[in-house]
Design a protein around this ligand. Sequence first.
Ligand SMILES: NC(=O)N[C@H]1NC(=O)NC1=O
Ligand SMILES: [Zn+2]
Ligand SMILES: [Zn+2]
Length: 456
Amino acid sequence: MEVGSPVSAVRSQRVVLGNKVCPAVVTIKDGRIHKILPDGEDPDEGGFEVLDMGDSVVMPGIVDCHVHVNEPGRTSWEGFWTATRAAAAGGVTTIVDMPLNSIPPTTTLHNFHEKLREAAGKCFVDTAFWGGVIPGNQHELRPLLNAGVAGFKCFLIHSGVEEFPHVTLSDLHAAMKMLQGTGSVLLFHAELECHQETPELADPCQYTTFLQSRPDVMEMEAIQTIIDLCLQYKVRCHIVHLAAAKPLKMIQKARQAGALLTVETTHHYLNLCAENIPAGATQFKCCPPIRGAANQAKLWSALKDGQIDMVVSDHSPCTPDLKNLGSGDFTKAWGGISSLQFGLPLFWTSATQKGFQLADVVRLLSQETVRLCSLDQQKGSIQPGYDADLVIWDPEREFKIHEADIHHKNKVTPYLGITLRGLVHATVLRGQLVYRDGVFCTEPLGKSILIPARKI
Ligand SMILES: NC(=O)N[C@H]1NC(=O)NC1=O
Ligand SMILES: [Zn+2]
Ligand SMILES: [Zn+2]
């Protein structure tokens, strides 16, 4: 079957349906899942283009709700065309774009309209959008929500870019008042500046120098602030890219007290360790920093027992010069790691060794992420009526990451040359084959997804 073709049924010996993996034929009508038939039973109506995938796994497409596309304004860093091709190659059928790093940032209705114009006709997978909260823009929040943003993101510390300033507590009270009763969600970059001594003569090329400059107490302090606001206003709050395990106890306690609080971590915190980062290797720089192995083990057990809800990429690329790889100075390099294309195999390679099952992958990379961005009635599950967004992959197949196979605009990544388990064969977007074995559909078939206002 050619890429770009409509698919009217997919057959496989391993279809992930809820908690089960079984042989089935998934039929598709008008871009949506129509019926799920036991294998052997043939689709009854004629003219079916059955894509027979043997024993490759068929799963809901991955929904990565933390991606910095950077368009418009910083298109040398990334863009809709390249980011969504990387997504398609990685089995990601929906991304949610972060409001910052693009110029302008998605902090006003006017800027959101500009974002939508720029995205049109360039996306190979579906794309939804977060709005941003910055000082003084509280009157833009309701209009942005009514226009279809999935929710909002803010920073409690310098964001890395000047045009997206971080908020103070009084900005947050103003924003919370606007969001109260809307059912929307506020995402927090959870690091707060704390008073601490920084050793003057520390070598900026040593990873530990950077790590010590952003200790886990900065995450603790930020998360305490978030919990207080969340309980006070009863607005849904979400902690992006939790790196430290220490705040998990207080998060759990807050949830037990009724806080509408969710938390994500990223592939880099689950796969990379501070102990293994060489001097000068600024491709590993991100914020909060990658912490030690003992911390990482705690993140994995928190994922297992549901204390961390989901795993995302936080794909945040830049041009190679901004990584300062030449000097290797961690204090000067851009913080951000590119991994949009490799989320599924990165997660699976480690998770399978820790006893996670395919159904856990669906829960952590699709079902929980669609709930966060209010797409759970439409995406993230193989059920009649849902969008026929599928990833078809081989969880046993190993492959090596070669630069030539990376579809992100800039190829700098800490994962270059590593071998992963889990090869994506095909990606189906609303019933159309958009990627198969290295070949993309020539037309970008992705849509901008506007989220209808929540009914609460
Ligand atoms: N501005 C931006 O993308 N920052 C991201 N990069 C990173 O490493 N953490 C972030 O929050
Ligand atoms: Zn962040
Ligand atoms: Zn981010």
